[in-house]
Every structure is written in C-alpha cells, then in structure tokens.
Design a protein around this ligand. Structure first.
Ligand SMILES: Nc1ncnc2c1ncn2[C@@H]1O[C@H](COP(=O)(O)OP(=O)(O)OP(=O)(O)O)[C@@H](O)[C@H]1O
Ligand SMILES: [Mg+2]
Length: 208
C-alpha cells in the first residue's frame, strides 16, 4: 500500500508513516499544520479531525466493522498510532483481479451495511479507503469525516459518494457494484427508505 516501497505516504491532509509500537507493526497518521489556515483555526481543525477519526474507528469496531486497532492518540501532534493492516487497497485488488470483484464487493456491501445499521456513516467511502486484509476481511480506514447517530440523509450521502467513487474508479465493474448494493440492501433494516433517499439525492444533483 505504500507505493514504491517507501515508508510514508502523503494524502491531502495527513501523513502516514510506518512505525512500530511496543514491537507491533504500526502506522502513525498525523496531520501537520497547514500554513494557509489561520493558526487557531488550523489547530482546531487538526485536533477535532484526529479526535473524530479515533472515535468513529472505535464506534465502527463496536458495531463489528473491522478498523485498525488504535494504539495511541496524541492530540498535541494531532496523530493516531494504529495497527498496520496487512493486505491491499480494495481499489488495487479490483483493478488487478476483476475476476474476484463480485466476491469482494459482496463483502464490502456487508461491511457498509453493518456500519449503517449502527447509524455510523463513513464520510469518504471510496475503494481507496478500504483494505482487503491478508486474512480475508474488509477493513475500513480514513474515518475522520465520519459521524455517529447518522440520519437517513447522511447514509444516503455516504452511498451516493460510494457510487460516484466506484463508478469512476471501476467503470467496467458494474455487475460487481450491483452485487455490492444487493448485499447491502438485503442486510440493512430500512432498505426501502434508504433507496428512496439515494434516489432523491441523485435527482437533487441533477437539477442543481
Ligand atoms: N492502518 C493502516 N494500515 C496500513 N496502511 C494504511 C493504514 N492507514 C492508512 N494506510 C495507507 O495510507 C493511505 C492513506 O491513508 P488515509 O486514507 O487514512 O489518509 P488520507 O490522508 O486521508 O488519504 P487521502 O489522500 O485518501 O485523503 C491509505 O490509502 C493506505 O494505503
Ligand atoms: Mg484516504
């Protein structure tokens, strides 16, 4: 997952660095200061995203959704030290093994259904923020934009984002996407309401 064998990766906001924690393979996700923001505002954004991410990871785990174990949180540095997952990004797996897409997508559908049934939304549901672990699980990462006590609207937005991200990243995998959503809707208790909400959000986008 750390491309070209390097020990760190720079996302839009965060820096991910390989480390160890009491002998365990770990990564540190830290949010360095952004100089283009007012310093007080910047400190507030960085620490609240860090806190939110740790909280949502924990809540998701309580709901039976795999997320990396949290080893340490440093609110001053705005960093989380967590379990380093062994596996590959779902995005890469789908690109490299389209023949396995339907199976993996059904697992993703089940995972998101568990999350949403617990009224947790992810906030950035893309196949880059999911890891297919070496032991065959789906693990969700990058939950800093997530929320708890999610309303149907939040869940709808999560799914709409997933659809957009999935269809642009994996144009040729439409049947796998359909399999993912079939699994999802067969598990969530209020499938009809959610379907209606997703349609409504799509139509909104069409006319604005
Ligand atoms: N716990 C982990 N174990 C293994 N790899 C991880 C872990 N957390 C993050 N990574 C790797 O680092 C990348 C970036 O992590 P993450 O998505 O949390 O940060 P980000 O800065 O929000 O990235 P983005 O640019 O997608 O917004 C992931 O795609 C993954 O490859
Ligand atoms: Mg990410």
């Amino acid at each position: 997952m750390f491309h070209n064998g390097s020990d760190s990766a720079q996302g839009a906001e965060a820096v991910i660095t390989k480390t160890t924690y009491l002998g365990w393979d770990a990564v540190v996700k830290s949010r360095p200061p952004k100089t283009y923001r007012l310093p007080e505002l910047d400190a507030h954004i960085r620490s609240s995203r860090t806190r939110n991410e740790a909280r949502i990871m924990h809540e998701a785990r309580n709901a039976g959704v795999r997320t990396p174990c949290i080893y340490d949180i440093d609110l001053k540095e705005c960093s989380i030290t967590m379990e380093r997952m062994r596996g590959e990004m779902v995005k890469d797996h789908l690109d490299e093994h389209p023949e396995d897409a339907e199976r993996v997508c059904r697992m993703v559908g089940e995972c998101i259904a568990k999350l949403h049934t617990a009224r947790i939304c992810h906030g950035d549901l893309t196949t880059s923020n999911m890891i297919l672990t070496d032991d065959g699980d789906i693990c969700l990462i990058d939950l800093s934009m997530g929320c708890t006590r999610a309303e149907t609207e939040d869940i709808g937005v999560d799914l709409r984002l997933l659809e957009r991200a999935f269809t642009s990243a994996h144009i040729e995998l439409e049947p796998a996407y359909d399999a993912m959503m079939d699994t999802y809707y067969s598990i969530v208790p209020d499938a009809k309401t959610i379907r209606r909400k997703v349609e409504e959000i799509k139509n909104r986008g069409r006319y604005t």
